[in-house]
Design a protein around this ligand. Structure first.
Ligand code: MG
Length: 242
């Protein structure tokens, strides 16, 4: 009885608190979000995207020595030339939406981390793994869709070796305070072939091969693609600054 009376009083009081409000007090009109025209087909770049690779050349990229990359562009496809090192964008990015498609080479006799390994390094240091996920056993926090050595994907959404795989990536850069302290960690959401594989994952830091991740203060940095010794191919790469 006492509990019911208390709840009734609470409801009446809260109704009273909002009674003087009008609908217009919780509606706003500015700033108006920009008009963005979607691509004509699924995966096509929207009107405000920066096209990083459209099938024709590597003019938006350099190698790790800041020279023209030796990776191969042929028939609209970009392929790693193993042993020549990673490539990175000339432009630097922070918060972004990234679309990138990749295809693993034929497995030959390679398995695990040696089969179709590459990586999408957001801000040059946080790796979303690229790997052949077609019957390819390895540690799960190193499989396709993982944040390398931090977290496994929610699902293996890879289709079949030889088929194009589509990544859509939503990235929130880490923020650092004036004293270089970490204010908010990096966060990533990843969709692979239309399936959510990372759901707003909060990164623990960068991506070392050995040891634990940590943060070092930085601003905007290039997007990097890894050369891990196999001829992974890419196409249709575009990015939107957020
Ligand atoms: Mg890798």
């Amino acid at each position: 009885m006492k509990k019911t009376l208390f709840l009734t009083i609470c409801i009446v009081c809260s109704f009273g608190a909002f009674a003087q409000w009008t609908p217009a007090q919780t509606e706003w009109y500015y700033p108006v979000p920009p008009k963005v025209t979607p691509g004509k087909t699924p995966g096509a770049a929207p009107s405000d995207a920066i096209i990083l690779f459209d099938g024709s050349d590597l003019s938006k990229w350099v190698n790790d020595k800041d020279q023209n990359p030796e990776w191969i562009v042929k028939d609209g496809v970009l392929s790693i030339k193993p042993g020549t090192g990673g490539i990175k964008t000339k432009e630097h990015f922070g918060d972004c939406q990234l679309h990138i498609e990749f295809r693993s080479p034929a497995p030959e006799n390679y398995n695990g981390q040696n089969r179709g390994n590459s990586g999408i390094f957001l801000m040059s240091q946080y790796e979303l793994q690229v790997l052949d996920g077609d019957n390819n056993e390895t540690y799960v926090n190193g499989m396709v869709g993982s944040i390398y050595k931090q977290t496994a994907p929610l699902a293996n959404a890879y289709t079949r070796n030889g088929e194009w795989q589509v990544y859509d990536i939503y990235w929130k850069a880490p923020k650092f305070g004036t004293g270089d302290e970490l204010e908010s960690p990096a966060m990533i959401t990843v969709v692979l072939n239309g399936i959510l594989v990372q759901n707003n994952y909060m990164l623990k830091g960068h991506t070392p091969y050995i040891g634990l991740p940590q943060y070092t203060p930085h601003g905007r940095l290039p997007l990097m693609l890894q050369d891990h010794g196999t001829a992974v191919s890419f196409r249709n790469i575009w990015i939107r600054n957020l």
